[in-house]
Write a new protein. Structure first.
Length: 369
């Protein structure tokens, strides 16, 4: 009997991002089980899971473990850019394709690695469209920016800043906080003195939950604008009087909005309950791109699977059609915009509907809604 081949999954399964990592693993597991039920791969598939803790050392250790297991032919993950930076050079040496559902740092696909792909749009796209939303849709022209210096927050905020300035609006503050910081009184007071009419927050959920009420205490009532790191039910539990707006952009797929993802959402909830998270759909699509490549490969080897993934074109994912460019980026990703209201999240529309395609040049590609 042929031993089942494996797909690896590297995600954050401890700490404050565990909820997102757990949902990613569950989504990949669902894709693997569905493929096994259909007999897609002779001998079946197994899933190998590792907790990279969004830590470079841990991510590298998982990569080495996966590389040394000859039955693992491909990997979903790592989840975050920080971990990808450490793991990708190792996967490259082993010709092991790895598709991240969430890592969005633009540098990841500019370093010449042929084994890294992602189904989420990179920050050049989200940062640009977020800036256009702030100026063109919200009509703001005095912008403050707060970022956490991370491989996610810093480049995203810098991209946002450059586009803001190119649109003729003014950056009145650009502040850095630390991951894990609890006291934002100094940041809030400095922001108050700058008198922004909008504050862009390039960080993840944890700091956003703390900053909002502290900002109000300091008397800052500017419109609050974040990214998908703030797309969380926990944020709705904060006093909405603490923020004005707030708005956020979202590079991940909203399972309540995207009709092509409804069947996945129902299957996920039936199995796990309503525990899906921001990149659940992207993880499911990443796994299915790999499974599709395995099914079409001439041989079940790492090199053959890599070659098939690299040729992915108009794959019918639940997040939309997936085509990778020569760098491993997804062509024409999609950004959603939202407003948080008391007890609910209001979907305002996708970037192409709100902003049109005018600013999109090199970012154009083959993703359909």
């Amino acid at each position: 009997m042929t031993d089942p081949i494996k797909i690896g999954c590297s995600a954050v399964l401890s700490g404050h991002e565990e909820i997102h990592g757990r949902a990613i693993v569950q989504s990949v597991s669902l894709a693997v089980d569905q493929a096994n039920m259909k007999g897609v791969i002779k001998g079946g598939l197994e899933l190998e899971v590792g907790d990279d803790r969004d830590d470079r050392v841990a991510a590298a250790e998982i990569a080495r473990r996966y590389i040394h297991d000859e039955r693992i032919l491909a990997v979903v993950g790592p989840m975050n850019s920080n971990a990808v930076f450490a793991a990708t050079p190792l996967y490259q040496m082993a010709d092991m394709v790895h598709i991240s559902p969430a890592a969005s740092n633009p540098e990841l696909t500019s370093m010449g690695y042929s084994t890294f792909f992602r189904v989420v749009g990179h920050d050049e796209f989200q940062g640009t469209r977020a800036a256009e939303f702030a100026v063109s849709y919200l009509k703001k022209n005095r912008i403050g920016i707060i970022h956490d210096g991370s491989p996610f927050g810093k480049p995203l905020s810098e991209i946002f800043m450059r586009r803001i300035e190119s649109l003729g609006a003014k950056i009145v503050a650009f502040q850095k906080i630390q991951r894990g910081q609890r006291d934002f009184s100094g940041v809030a007071n400095e922001m108050l003195a700058s008198q922004p009419d909008l504050i862009f927050f390039g960080v993840i959920e944890e700091e956003g939950l703390l900053l909002a009420p502290q900002r109000r205490s300091a008397g800052v009532f500017s419109v609050f604008f974040g990214t998908d790191g703030l797309k969380s039910s926990r944020y709705l539990e904060t006093p909405l009087s603490a923020v004005k707006g707030p708005y956020f952009s979202n590079a991940s797929t909203d399972l309540d909005v995207k009709t092509s993802a409804h069947a996945f959402k129902n299957a996920f909830v039936d199995r796990y309950g309503p525990t899906y998270s921001v990149y659940s759909a992207e993880a499911y699509d990443a796994a299915n791109v790999i499974i599709h490549a395995m099914a079409g490969a001439e041989q079940l080897t790492r090199q053959a699977v890599l070659a098939r993934v690299a040729k992915t074109e108009k794959f019918p994912g639940i997040t939309g059609q997936i085509t990778f460019d020569s760098s491993g980026d997804r062509m024409r990703p999609e950004i959603g915009f939202y407003e948080l209201m008391p007890g609910q999240t209001i979907f305002l529309g996708f970037d192409r509907d709100i902003l049109g395609e005018k600013s999109l040049t090199s970012m154009d590609g083959g993703n359909d809604s």
